[in-house]
Design a protein around this ligand. Structure first.
Ligand code: ZN
Ligand code: ZN
Length: 136
């Protein structure tokens, strides 16, 4: 919580209850929810919060690097309160996204020999079938 207060103050952004609620929700889950899922989850506690507000809160949180946006293709985004570099695996059947706690830092060095860019970061996505879907 201290983190978000300090960062918002530093960026001169208004720390609204909605923004805090979205951030807290993302910090409390490893589910990588979509904006719609966050919206539905917070509806009971914040009945006046619209989906547009959730989108705006997410946009701000991504901009200040408190939340990671994951592009799961076809214009769909998922959100992650874990901003440490890590990889993701998505189930091709149910669409669920999980973390892979491996950092592909050495990949940056490998790629450096194939480009004249200074490679700073990377996003590695894996796709497969999750345990739940396999058991079906
Ligand atoms: Zn699945
Ligand atoms: Zn993640």
């Amino acid at each position: 919580m201290d983190n978000i207060t300090a960062i918002f103050k530093d960026k001169k952004l208004k720390l609204t209850p909605q923004r805090i609620a979205v951030y807290k929700y993302l910090k409390s889950t490893k589910e990588h929810p979509s904006a719609e899922v966050i919206y539905k989850a917070l509806q009971e506690e914040y009945p006046t919060m619209s989906l547009a507000t959730v989108y705006k809160a997410l946009k701000t949180l991504v901009e200040v690097h408190l939340v990671q946006e994951i592009n799961v293709g076809e214009g769909n985004f998922r959100y992650d309160g874990n901003t440490c570099p890590h990889s993701h695996i998505q189930c091709l059947q149910c669409g669920k996204v999980d973390d892979i706690e491996v950092c592909f830092q050495d990949l940056n060095e490998k790629i450096s020999s194939h480009t004249d860019y200074d490679v700073l970061t990377n996003q590695v996505y894996f796709y497969g079938v999750c345990k739940g879907c396999k058991e079906k």
